[in-house]
Design a protein around this ligand. Structure first.
Ligand SMILES: O=C(CO)[C@H](O)[C@H](O)COP(=O)(O)O
Length: 222
């Protein structure tokens, strides 16, 4: 199976999960990235069952609206039963690195509201120790150099994502060379650096389940 076929399989499994667990009339949280895009396509046939979706990025908003799925402002929503999103890396404890697409802050906000976070990923994303994928950190532009110096003190090699501006008007530092043995501790520590909006570790709010695409079928973790 190709990687896209694995992503499609987990996206369909997530749509089936939503159909089973999100009550009719509820609002679905939708992540960002190529796997989340497959999920949006799989969600489209179910759209009349739900009131709409909350999007974690402008790209996701456009794709949802392209399918005729109403997109709501998170400030008008009290309850998101299920949030479905991809990951760049996930470990056995369902901690993740996210933000390869640069949408980490909005993803973290939607995940904070959601009752259940369903991670969808192809099998290549499952790792023993996170950190091979550079950790994205969203930074207020005037704090770039200060935050970079602080990240070097933590043992990382930050690199500005060239020419990239987040949906919030900020920049991304991708931090190479971290072996993340304490994901919760590192997530909290990086978020303490003045000028950091947030970082791509999802360990303080990990996924609740992961639907993992393998050639043998979709495995459920958690
Ligand atoms: O966090 C993300 C975007 O900010 C994505 O979920 C992550 O980068 C995985 O993307 P893909 O499904 O394309 O592999």
């Amino acid at each position: 199976m190709t990687q896209d076929e694995l992503k499609q399989a987990v996206a369909q499994a997530a749509a089936d999960y939503v159909a089973k667990h999100a009550p009719a009339g509820s609002i679905i949280g939708v992540g960002t990235g190529s796997t989340a895009n497959f999920f949006i396509d799989a969600l489209a046939p179910l759209k009349d069952r739900y009131k709409g979706a909350v999007a974690s990025s402008e790209a996701t908003r456009l794709r949802l609206e392209g399918h005729g799925i109403p997109v709501l402002d998170l400030n008008d929503v009290d309850d998101i039963p299920v949030y479905v999103d991809g990951a760049d890396e996930i470990d056995a404890g369902l901690n993740m690195i996210k933000g390869g697409g640069g949408a980490l802050t909005r993803e973290k906000i939607v995940a904070a509201v959601a009752k259940t976070f369903v991670c969808i990923a192809d099998g290549s994303k499952l790792v023993e120790t996170m950190g091979k994928f550079p950790l994205p950190v969203e930074v207020i532009p005037m704090a770039r150099a200060h935050v970079a110096r602080e990240l070097v003190k933590l043992g990382g090699r930050p690199q500005e994502r060239a020419g990239f501006v987040t949906d919030n008007g900020n920049l991304i530092l991708d931090v190479h060379g971290l072996a993340i043995t304490d994901p919760k501790g590192l997530e909290a520590q990086i978020n303490q650096i003045t000028g950091v909006v947030t970082n791509g570790l999802f360990a303080l709010r990990p996924a609740n389940i992961c639907l993992l695409g393998t050639p043998e079928g979709v495995r459920t973790l958690g």
